[in-house]
Design a protein around this ligand. Structure first.
Ligand code: PEP
Ligand code: MN
Length: 338
């Protein structure tokens, strides 16, 4: 529900309404960027009649139901685009965020070398997985804490904020000690316990769309994080599973305008997992920027042939650097910078 106050509403009247919202079991969320006081209220739908009755309280002009099942994530709730601030960087503003790095953290040298190379090429975030969700239990599972320490060193060396995956609610505290952005992988998009845990922390979350989640389900997952109290969610389209086998996944490019219409949250594209092949990454990156994506997450490895995971889709640093240069004029054309 959206509660719109009269321009004449007093602080006392607003406070009384907020108290009532809490008493019904709903939580009030301030809606920023509007002229008069507006609150969003989300909670157990069984009690929505009581919430509608707030319209009779002093100072309240109207109570408008949010029709979409995703409430806090919806454009109805917030008309202006959300910019997620990460240290000195941001996602969702004029500058297109460029997150780059290897699929997995493999060694100290690999991470430090890659961090310096991607920074030089123009990346403003460093990615790398220390906890890896692998299809096979016999595949490399990640360096875990040791990997996070290498990422931290790379951050100290380059100043690049770190994006890294968290797979398990039990590991949220550990990963949050190192990460600037907590990544939720495609396979965990509906791990609701994890999403709720991430809603309680004060760190941005990069939520990847699952290979089999609809856009609506994807937004409902974002809603879990927002409803638990964390406003900083970045949506990432990384390809969905279709009948096509020539690419690892099928990039759903339409997800960008659809998500932008439905939600105020920033949207980025991961062309690496979407395609599965390094030689398609440049085309899909250009498509992403043309479609209005707020950023790109690209896998880059100093030696893809020897990568412990996702080598075939990883760009060599030189190729990444060339790609960034070709994307700059395109970004400009879209009224953005890179
Ligand atoms: C990754 O980013 O390395 C990853 C595992 O991605 P996804 O969850 O999209 O498969
Ligand atoms: Mn990967």
């Amino acid at each position: 529900m959206i509660i719109v106050f009269k321009p004449t509403a007093s602080e006392f009247e607003i406070q009384t309404v907020e108290d009532r919202i809490r008493a019904i079991g709903y939580s009030p969320h301030e809606i920023v960027g509007v002229e008069r006081k507006v609150l969003g209220a989300v909670g157990d739908e069984r009690f929505k009649e009581q919430l509608l009755a707030l319209e009779t309280m002093p100072g309240v002009e109207s109570v408008i139901p949010i029709l979409k099942p995703y409430k806090l994530a919806s454009r109805e709730f917030k008309k202006t685009d959300t910019v997620v601030v990460v240290n000195h960087e941001s996602v969702g503003g004029d500058r297109i965020a460029l997150m780059a790095g290897p699929c997995s953290v493999e060694s100290r040298k690999q991470i430090l070398d890659t961090a310096l190379l991607v920074k030089k090429a123009g990346a403003n975030f460093m990615r790398g997985g220390a906890f890896k969700p692998r299809t096979s239990p016999y595949s490399f599972q990640g360096l875990e804490k040791e990997g996070l320490e290498y990422m931290d060193e790379a951050k100290k060396e380059t100043g690049l904020p770190i994006v890294t995956e968290v797979m398990n609610p039990r590991e949220v505290d550990l990963v949050a000690r190192y990460a600037d952005v907590m990544q939720v992988g495609a396979r965990n998009v509906q791990n609701f316990s994890l999403l709720k845990e991430l809603g309680k922390i004060n760190k941005p979350v990069l939520l990847k769309r699952g290979m089999m989640t609809t856009i609506k389900e994807f937004l409902m997952s974002a809603e879990y994080i927002l409803a638990s109290g964390n406003k900083d969610v970045i949506l990432c389209e990384r390809g969905i599973r279709t009948f096509e086998t020539m690419t690892r996944n099928t990039l759903d490019i339409a997800a960008v305008p659809v998500l932008k219409r439905e939600s105020h949250l920033p949207v980025i594209i991961d062309p690496s997992h979407a395609s599965g092949h390094w030689d398609f990454v440049a085309s899909l990156s250009r498509a992403a920027i043309a479609a209005g994506s707020d950023g790109l997450m690209i896998e880059v490895h100093p030696d893809p042939e020897k990568a412990w995971s996702d080598g075939p889709q990883s760009l060599k640093p030189g190729k990444f650097s060339t790609l960034v240069e070709t994307l700059r004029p395109l970004a400009k054309l879209m009224g953005r910078t890179l």
